[in-house]
Write a protein that binds this ligand. Sequence first.
Ligand code: FES
Ligand code: FES
Length: 402
Amino acid sequence: MSAMPETRSPLAALERKPVRLLVNGEAVEHLVEPRTHLGDFVREQCGLTGTHLGCEHGVCGACTVLLDGKPVRSCITFAVACESRKVTTIEGYGDDPVMALLRKAFNQEHALQCGYCTPGMLATARDIVTRLPDADEQRIRLELSGNLCRCTGYVGIVRAIQSVLVQARAQGGLQLAAAAPVVSQHAAPMQTFATRAADATPAAAIPAAPAPAAPEAAAGESRRGWSQMQGSFEVDFPPERVWEFMGDVRALAACLPGAEVQEADGSSVKGRIAVKFGPISAAFNGAASLERNAATHSGMLRGAGTDTVSQSRAKGDIGYQLVALDGGQRTRVDITLEHMLQGPLAQFSRSGLVRDFVSRMITQFGLNLNASMGGARADQLPVQKIGLFRMLWQVVVARLRG
Ligand code: FES
Ligand code: FES
């Protein structure tokens, strides 16, 4: 009698797992379910109730904490996705000189009433002061647009931040520079999800998905206010064919999940790209143009768009470089993405999960491109559209299985 095949329960991924974080400088480890968000983790597992939860949908910003020195909404950041990373809650600023100035300024400028929004507001204010030393009132308001306050009317909050910026400029920014957030030495390298993305691809009459190279989310900031990420994927066709395919902006856009081309003219394209994040749906309408260098097999797609609902604005430059593999039989496509998001959705652009999202998007694009070059029609592509929430969930499950 043959042995029963070993099966893995779909609920296995929901079992509680240990998560280790550095919270306010202290190493903590707790068992959590995959769905536990960072806000619940710090409040319920660590007893740090200074982090407030309002909407729990990523809208109000009350739950904002620092993750490796950058503000994130803890209600939509899964605790398991923060393994080995550094979290700072309102209880953890201690003698941080920027926060000391902000606390005093909030007090002097009457920047709080009930105080519910204040922990998140201070975390965002600290980010503005350290990241944008030249911010004027308009920019402060723009950056604050992801933090809602039902009491103050914002005037006092904006004034408080302005007054700290004025002090910083008067001091030549020295004290503030010393207090700039430092990425945790404990931070684990970003995991890669390429092969798992391929696992999740529905089997269909589509050429075998490639095993894309690791889309390592090497992130940084090149231009002020811009984030930079790098990634790559591999396709099963020679560089010449890939080069030819990538010269067709309409075909290229069709490989990007959620993208829709409205007009294409030579190297220019107009269209929209839709993403969904829990209750937030964004659809960026915009235009992009493609510049190519045949001698180096490289190109640059520059685009900009606006989400008409939230009025968030996005700009992005996507550079690519083809590299021959296996004696020219296959191709690796190296991608550099630089982007800037302004407006209410801006905070999402600085979270680690969004870096994962972009890495995964690059992988999905590679899968679609490979399938499309293999003859798949648009309705046969492995990834038709993508919801950010669904994708983030896939990211977490992939991490757990790892
Ligand atoms: S509670 Fe997290 S954004 Fe509202
Ligand atoms: S002070 Fe009450 S919500 Fe901001």
